[in-house]
Design a binder for this molecule. Sequence first.
Ligand SMILES: [Zn+2]
Length: 167
Amino acid sequence: MKKLLIFCLIVLNFGCGNFGSKLITIVILPMELNQNQEYLIDEIKELILEKKEFNIVVLDKCDLPQSAWYEPRKRYHANKILQHLKKIKPDSVDYILALTSKDISISKGGKEWGIFGLGYEPGVASVISTFRLGNNKKLLTKRVLKITKHELGHNFGLPIAKAPKPA
Ligand SMILES: [Zn+2]
């Protein structure tokens, strides 16, 4: 009986100390992000790390996938970027967030619409574009952080009306 009690206490201890505190890892991936906008990675990192349950990994910069290129409008299809991100996401991380300076768009009602960002709802991938957010550094930062919250909100399963409003 005493042995069983000790065993239970050990299990309880582990339950609180280890298993219960697994961090949610979000990967930030710069994809053709202008050098003068690379500071935004740190801003996003800081924002996310305000919540103790998250961990951040920043990957080396890489190119946007050619499969997403839309020649007629010289843009990238955001949904195809998401498909690509889902494929390359390491199994060891929970979410992947790409940040680009290139223009991204979605098809809706037979038209192409330039957008700020897109994220699966729910899902593991999102992409943010600074292309339509202006050059004012302060404003750009504010907008990118708002969109980050919005897209991650979608990833976590919040419908559009409940996800934090974008810029
Ligand atoms: Zn949305």
